[in-house]
Design a protein around this ligand. Sequence first.
Ligand SMILES: NC(=O)c1ccc[n+]([C@@H]2O[C@H](COP(=O)([O-])OP(=O)(O)OC[C@H]3O[C@@H](n4cnc5c(N)ncnc54)[C@H](O)[C@@H]3O)[C@@H](O)[C@H]2O)c1
Length: 253
Amino acid sequence: MRDYLRVAGKAAIVTGSGRGIGRGVAMELASYGVKVMVTDINDENGLRVKDEILAAGGTAEYCHCDVMKVEDIKNLVQKTVEAFGTVDILVNNAGGGEPPCDFDTITDERWDHYIRFNLYSAFFMIREVFPHMKAQKRGKIVNISSGYAIGGGDFCAHYASAKAGVIGLTTSIAKEAAPFGINVNVIPVPTTDTPGLREADFELVADEIPLIPLGRIAVPEDVANTVLFLVSEAADYVTGQIVAPNGGKRMLV
Ligand SMILES: NC(=O)c1ccc[n+]([C@@H]2O[C@H](COP(=O)([O-])OP(=O)(O)OC[C@H]3O[C@@H](n4cnc5c(N)ncnc54)[C@H](O)[C@@H]3O)[C@@H](O)[C@H]2O)c1
């Protein structure tokens, strides 16, 4: 029998995997035999996801990590290597925005916070896993950006700017990492039904559905399926790409 994905047995870190898209990605990868380091700032949620994976017959560990803290990131990568022997896959998922606001009301502190939360965090994580991937001449990195990074955000200039930065980070590192067999891609996630969205601006979702050719907003599994492909050996020749599971809302990105 042939195996299209060839991901079973690989070791992955999925940041912010205690709920929402991160949880969906962790569950999906684990269901295909990937050993998953679940990590979050919310230990209760993170441990629950780890237990869900174990209950389904998968392999998972949990490590607390605030992606805004470099020391937490160093500890996370060390714990992953101790648990699984290496890091083959990194999914930079942790991030987020806040309810819409006019750009001229964004304070210095909020600007700084959202750039750090969404952009610095991805850079710190990649910098930390890179030596391990480089040494084994193999690795898959997927960065979670947002459709707002491409189409403009609705009243969230700080978040959209940070997520646009994630695209520049992706393409730049993809070039530097390619000689080492490391693929780096980015998903501009569309509106997706997660706890984070429901806490932020869920009432705007109804207005968006008529603009989506496939007629619904995304669910975490839609993003997880795309991540699964990008971290698999089926995507060995895909790097530096923006891959958009967006129901056709924006075509030819
Ligand atoms: N849901 C959407 O509509 C949507 C759209 C575009 C992009 N995205 C992006 O997708 C990613 C996941 O979004 P979501 O909707 O699943 O979010 P969510 O809020 O539902 O879940 C985010 C998870 O990250 C964790 N987290 C928060 N701060 C953290 C930190 N400092 N360090 C580590 N973990 C932390 C939370 O505890 C939570 O478990 C984010 O990067 C977000 O910007 C989401």
